[in-house]
Design a protein around this ligand. Structure first.
Ligand code: PLP
Length: 340
């Protein structure tokens, strides 16, 4: 069991590595096991630093299913059965709409509801690889600074190269105040997550009581060594460049399918290897997913509906494998179009 009193050398090395590779001045990290814990920690840190309790999140956002994260999540399916969630105010605005964020910040200020942070995914993952307009992240960075509100980037899904940059926010050159990561931090196999922030913000978690945020198993030696190895491979093989190039190869071919099968597809979205296929209705999406599954291709639904199916292969997928996916997808589309 890792000690809470002593610093494990591997934990220190991992924190140092993250300080080196995260955007801007992000410097301190806390380690846990799951993405949702990284979000919980981010929420808590933002509250403690700002002494405010309101949050602005996005419709269709996914941040995890523990109570704090669930409060930020933007789909009723998971929230309604639970009932009352986080005690402070949480406002949901359409993702990618910087004007809506601005209006909410302005309104909250006018009515005296203090906002601690804006929390968003750089590219929405579970919503179906939704890419915001190019000015969205720069504008919400500007707005959060203007209103004295923190900006939290949930990079649990987008982090470590998946979208074609090491971090999703790098597409727009934005430096968030807090970043949450998980999934690929453990190479996709080891439960390890982190939230990171700047020295200035982190002070409130270090002083006066460094035990204000702890977890017994988080930051264990095994998890940290796996994360160090995952980062090493990510940097050594420049996996984000691979994701960018493979996305540029794959996405136009999917767009071509979307054009050729308009009764099946609505559109294709995404960046790098975080790709969403949006279908005309959930039934068609389900049929395509089932046809692919039958042909040995595993795709990711979006938990609430089969209308959108994600393609999120390992970043090391070969071009030969991508071609196989495309050919099996085309066979599936031919089959499904016969049923329509
Ligand atoms: N945030 C994002 C963007 C996610 O995609 C997920 C999981 O899919 C989470 C948070 C929650 O992570 P976990 O399932 O490890 O709790």
């Amino acid at each position: 069991m890792p000690s809470q009193e002593l610093i494990d050398p591997l934990r220190g090395a991992l924190a140092r590595l993250l300080a080196m590779i995260t955007p801007g001045d992000l410097k301190y990290s806390f380690f846990a096991a799951s993405g949702t814990e990284a979000i919980e920690g981010s929420i808590k840190l933002a509250k403690m630093y700002t002494h405010k309790s309101g949050f602005i999140a996005a419709l269709k956002a996914f941040h995890g299913k523990t109570m704090g994260s669930l409060s930020m999540l933007g789909k009723s399916d998971y929230r309604t059965p639970v009932g009352i969630l986080y005690g402070g105010p949480v406002f949901h605005v359409p993702f990618g709409d910087a004007d809506a964020v601005e209006r909410q910040l302005e309104t909250s200020q006018k009515v005296g509801i203090d906002i601690a942070a804006v929390l968003m995914e750089p590219i929405q993952g579970e919503a179906g690889a939704i890419v915001p307009p190019d000015d969205f992240w720069p504008r919400i960075r500007e707005l959060t600074k203007h209103y004295g509100v923190l900006l939290i980037a949930d990079e649990v899904q987008t982090g470590f190269g998946r979208t074609g940059k090491l971090w999703g926010v790098e597409h727009w050159g934005v430096e968030p105040d807090i970043i949450a990561m998980a999934k690929s931090l453990g190479g996709g196999v080891m439960p390890v997550s982190a939230f990171c922030s700047t020295e200035e913000i982190w002070q409130c978690m270090m002083f006066p009581n460094p035990f204000i945020h702890t977890t017994t198993t988080g930051g264990g030696a095994l998890a940290c060594s796996a994360a160090i190895a995952a980062i090493n491979i990510t940097l050594r093989d420049k996996l984000w460049e691979q994701a960018a190039a493979k996305g540029e190869y794959l996405i136009p071919k999917l767009n071509d399918f979307a054009k050729r099968y308009p009764k099946i597809y609505e559109n294709i979205t995404g960046k790098g290897l975080l790709i969403g296929q949006h279908f005309q209705n959930p039934d068609i999406g389900y049929k395509v997913a089932a046809g692919l599954f039958k042909r040995g291709v595993l795709v990711a639904g979006t938990l609430t509906s089969a209308q959108t199916i994600r393609i999120e292969p390992p970043l090391i997928i070969t071009y030969e494998q991508i071609d196989q996916v495309l050919s099996r997808l085309e066979d599936t589309l031919i089959d499904v179009s016969r049923l329509l």
